[in-house]
Design a protein around this ligand. Structure first.
Ligand SMILES: O=C(O)CCC(=O)C(=O)O
Ligand SMILES: [Fe+2]
Length: 225
């Protein structure tokens, strides 16, 4: 219901301390192997990016002779359970292939206010449906360290989450505007998206109860084209 309302769901301790430690080690290995690159910010990306200051690494499609594959696989499995739960709770089929990156914000890093999926700007059949972020910082993040995830739930005041070690946040990719406040410490996260087929364009809110559309009928589709 939190996600349906356009708010950020927060699960503390999603990744236990030992797993966070191993994933940080995985990140160290990928960094040493030179696999982190300047992160792009989607829409208005130029060389000098005032919209985002971070670097990222795609941990899946790379040479996994580097790093701690077991730790990465362990967190992937946990995330896949979240996908299954959400799929059932929201009544929305989501693809087993998730998009995943490690993202590092240096001291002074940030990401300005945005939504992760803009269907009007970028229409496609399979879209980012649910955004999730698992924070891989060392334990003991405090308010003075900055780097909050600030979200803007529709019709409500903004809300901040501290990127505490092992915390998972989950929200609707198309509806929740959010930003990363400037960070006073290096800030590390596993960021990703569960994908789903685009909702019917006539449906305003993809997570409302399904509208009573006619059952899919190939003959009906053919007669339209
Ligand atoms: O790291 C965060 O808290 C948010 C990251 C984010 O908004 C993104 O990668 O799209
Ligand atoms: Fe985002």
């Amino acid at each position: 219901s939190t996600i349906r309302a356009g708010r950020v769901h927060v699960e503390r301790g999603f990744a236990p301390p030992r797993l966070v430690q191993d994933l940080r080690h995985d990140v160290d290995c990928l960094t040493t192997a030179g696999l982190f690159e300047r992160a792009f910010s989607g829409g208005t990306s130029s060389g000098d990016d005032a919209f985002r200051n971070a670097e990222m690494c795609d941990p899946v499609g790379r040479d996994r002779s580097v790093g701690l594959w077991d730790a990465f696989y362990a967190v992937w499995e946990r995330l896949d359970l979240v996908r299954q739960e959400l799929s059932a709770a929201l009544g929305r089929e989501m693809s087993t292939e998730m998009e995943l990156h490690y993202v590092r914000y240096p001291v002074g890093g940030y990401y300005r206010r945005h939504v992760d999926e803009d269907l009007d700007a970028n229409p496609r059949a399979l879209t980012r449906a649910i955004s999730f972020i698992c924070y891989l910082n060392k334990p003991g993040w405090c308010a003075a360290d900055g780097g909050e995830l600030r979200s803007y739930p529709p019709g409500e005041p903004p809300s901040d989450v501290l990127p505490e070690s092992g915390t998972l946040v989950v929200f609707d990719s198309a509806r929740v505007e959010h930003e990363v406040q400037p960070t006073g410490k290096e800030r590390l996260a596993l960021v990703g998206w569960f994908h789903a087929p685009a909702a019917d364009p006539g449906q305003a809110d993809v997570f409302d109860e399904p509208a009573s559309l006619p059952a899919e009928d190939p003959l009906w589709e053919m007669s339209q084209s």
